[in-house]
Design a protein around this ligand. Structure first.
Ligand code: ZN
Length: 286
């Protein structure tokens, strides 16, 4: 199957879909990431030009490591993405060109203007993917892809975990994809969220920063929820948040032991998934 993850920014794809993307590729599926912005906004000591060039190199490293194809709309600056007609047509053409079975994107209720615009562009494109007279230069799709939202924590309306998957078996690969986003993980997000100019360039210090938790220790969900730092902690919190869904999926014993998870919410605006589709991309054996 073909899976397309569209994020406003590069790390939106890796951070929210990276674990499952890695698994799908290992299972023989084709995965493509698109960043609708060029990443030039998120940094505090590099120029915008230096930032977008470095972000592109980091994305290329992620693509090579995971075995996926990574596109970036290099002419769209961060914090300028608009759900206008020009970009709607570009989105329609882009999606048709790849013709994914599954399309993953942001929700339209989100704190970041780029995330909202990106979500709106996908939503505006979704039905028109099948309409021949719009963008007739690109062959229309015969049916819409299944559309799912990557996980967010916004409450109005709440995010539903329609498909919640353990990523315990690929957590090191997912952490490595984050590690490759060096300018974000150890620089920009450390500065922007925590007031740390740069996390010291020392293997042990950076590993601890990346984890934010001790992988050899067993935590309760309450203990995980009380942690405040760390990239691994984010996905431990996803497992804690959707514990009931994980138990429903994997059974009481295995579900209660899942440490790291990714969650996806099914959109009403795309094709609805068949049992076969669910078994292939969200089955128990993945
Ligand atoms: Zn983003």
């Amino acid at each position: 199957m073909k899976i397309l993850s569209i994020g406003a920014h590069q790390d939106d794809n890796e951070f929210r879909v990276g674990g499952m993307a890695y698994k799908w590729i290992q299972a023989g599926h084709e995965v493509r990431f698109l960043s609708m912005c060029n990443g030039n906004g998120g940094h505090h000591f590099m120029t915008p030009e230096e930032t977008s060039a470095r972000r592109a190199r980091e994305s290329a490293a992620v693509a090579e490591f995971a075995g996926l194809h990574y596109d970036i709309w290099s002419d769209v600056d961060d914090c300028t993405l608009m759900a206008d007609l020009e970009l709607r047509y570009r989105t329609i053409r882009y999606i048709r060109d790849f013709a994914p079975d599954l399309l993953i994107c942001h929700r339209t209720n989100d704190y970041h203007a780029d995330h909202r615009a990106s979500a709106q562009l996908v939503q505006d494109a979704s039905y028109i993917l099948t309409v021949p007279h719009t963008c007739p230069d690109t062959p229309h799709m015969e049916q819409m892809p299944v559309i799912m939202y990557n996980e967010d924590r916004f409450k109005y309306p709440p995010f539903e975990g329609s498909f919640v998957m353990s990523i315990d078996d690929v957590i090191e690969e997912k952490l490595h994809m984050a590690h490759l986003n060096e300018s974000q993980i150890y620089e920009w997000l450390a500065y922007n969220g925590h007031g740390i100019y740069t996390v010291e360039n020392d293997e042990k210090v950076r590993r601890e920063w990346l984890l934010g938790m001790d992988l050899n220790k067993e935590y309760t969900d309450d203990e995980i929820n009380a942690l405040t730092n760390g990239y691994a902690v984010r996905f431990a919190k996803t497992a804690a948040r959707f514990r009931n869904e994980l138990i429903a999926k994997y059974g009481e014993e295995a579900g209660s032991k899942v440490r790291f998870a990714e969650a996806f919410m099914l959109s009403e605006y795309g094709e609805q998934p068949s049992e076969e589709f669910i078994k292939t991309l969200f089955g128990d054996d993945l």
